[in-house]
Design a protein. Sequence first.
Lengths: 328, 328
Amino acid sequence: MSGRNIGIKDVAAAAGVSATTVSQVLNDVASARISPETRDRVRSAAGQLGYGPNSVARALRTSRTALLGLVIEDVGTSPHAGQVIRGADEAARARGYSLLVINTAGSAGPDAREADVESLLVRRVDGILYATMHPRQLQLPANLGDVPAVLVDAVSAVGAGSCVSGFAAVVPDDDGGARAAVGCLLAAGHTRVESIGAGDQEQGGYAAARRILARADRPTGLVCHDEPMAMGVYRAAAELGLAIPADLSVVAFANNHLLAANLYPALTTVTRPHTEMASRATEILIDGIEGRADLAGLAVHPTALPCTLTARGSVGPPPFPATPRGNF
Amino acid sequence: MSGRNIGIKDVAAAAGVSATTVSQVLNDVASARISPETRDRVRSAAGQLGYGPNSVARALRTSRTALLGLVIEDVGTSPHAGQVIRGADEAARARGYSLLVINTAGSAGPDAREADVESLLVRRVDGILYATMHPRQLQLPANLGDVPAVLVDAVSAVGAGSCVSGFAAVVPDDDGGARAAVGCLLAAGHTRVESIGAGDQEQGGYAAARRILARADRPTGLVCHDEPMAMGVYRAAAELGLAIPADLSVVAFANNHLLAANLYPALTTVTRPHTEMASRATEILIDGIEGRADLAGLAVHPTALPCTLTARGSVGPPPFPATPRGNF
DNA sequence: TTGAAAGCGCTAACAG
DNA sequence: CTGTTAGCGCTTTCAA
């Protein structure tokens, strides 16, 4: 029942004051000297009537919408787009902002990207979060510069090196994540650790894993760059008679909790902090909008957030003696 | 450079006409009689100046924001929240609307849900899409009724039966999906088909699968209610020496393409049409907002959209003779 | 300590 | 065929 159609002047009438006073009381205007009694009267009248401000009118007047645009790649395909949205939503809400979300194809060209941003600018968003699904350099749409903007998971191709025209960015500390992955294998006692990655994607890493694991000097620990690879490794290991983790330990960069937890053995993962990156980026953006932070200054170096190692069942001590068992 | 700060009167001045004329030309107002020459002059002036309408001012004037609220459960946890967002985004954009997205915890109580909706109402959204992550009856927040609303993946607990207070809803045709799942097993020649579902969730269905597959009269085809169960079945089968699909065929309700495609053998799935449900719901909602459809009328029966069977590698003909091999 | 007045940019009656 | 006028609900000088 909260009256969506009663306005400031209804409250004013009910409280026996002017609209100005209502506005000042309800917005806690610092410079306004208003007696405590009046304040009470206004507030209770507002409460009584179920008054809620009309954010559209306010936006028109102040030219601030408290709307944040979120451009996000491949929502619905990528497993972690949702985490980005959640992080941004939480942080935005905590500071009184709302999220205008727009999906963009990872494959989209510059024109389409510019149109996506434009559709947010038309809405007069106060700022834009630009999230990509894989950490990378990005050719950004030119109109992104029309409002404060922060990148999530990507760094500006333009800004790299030339500190001047870049955007503030929040990225995962992949190097640290890789160190953590290798480190957990070393800590378990492994000495022969390899990684299979970007170049080995046929059949989700299965072929590469077959090749690697068939070698006499095969590694006892493997770091995978994503989930499909880990699954390929599991399959290859099973076929070669190698048990995980008894004969082979596996760690993977992965964000699909559902998958990692339900593999057998459950997959030890390094996860990128998508939710945190998004909420951090959102806070930076809002600070920038509100003049609490200098976005241009922050653009010089991206903010890197640590990845998290989640130990599950796929890492154990190396076999000893470390002789390949083969497929008998 | 599209001038975000040049207004209708700048265009009017440039074209030598009044603001009214500009507004009418640019909005193609049907009742306006304006000469073609004037129209041209206005349009080219607008183009020249890079004029874009101020949607905030327009919203204030017309009390229509062209904003749709999307309340969505467990973004970031659920694998298909993204698909819902994508479907809604596409449909909304196609009709000139934008999406205000808000995440809500699946576990949230009525008060929190009401607050979530309230935060959208404050923004003066023209309508709300309310998406849950599992098809089910739902206790809806009371204030959802304040604007046109359509449910995605859920039906109103209130509206069930009593056609009066319900909301229009778009749901998956799970029955049809189940028939398709069973049907593809029958078509492959199976005669002993079972399903493992809601009651068997410990260890993702692994325990249930062990039990079922150990029986002498074990089924040769299994329908799983979700991905973790399918993974549990794969594991149980492997341990019991049952090959998929030679000894056991598996179909699962699943939306995680990444997972299904990378299991070995790849998992045959029945997928719920989340993207289509969302875009359909969005269209219905917009039709309702624009007076082209009667949402109350649609509330009587939810719109059910068909699930899709994707044949991958986990279904084959049953073993013949169909004798259990056991674990020798 | 409070109120009157102006105006954000736009649209919609109504007059010409 | 086109322009004038009013006003959406709010904030913000400025004056009282």
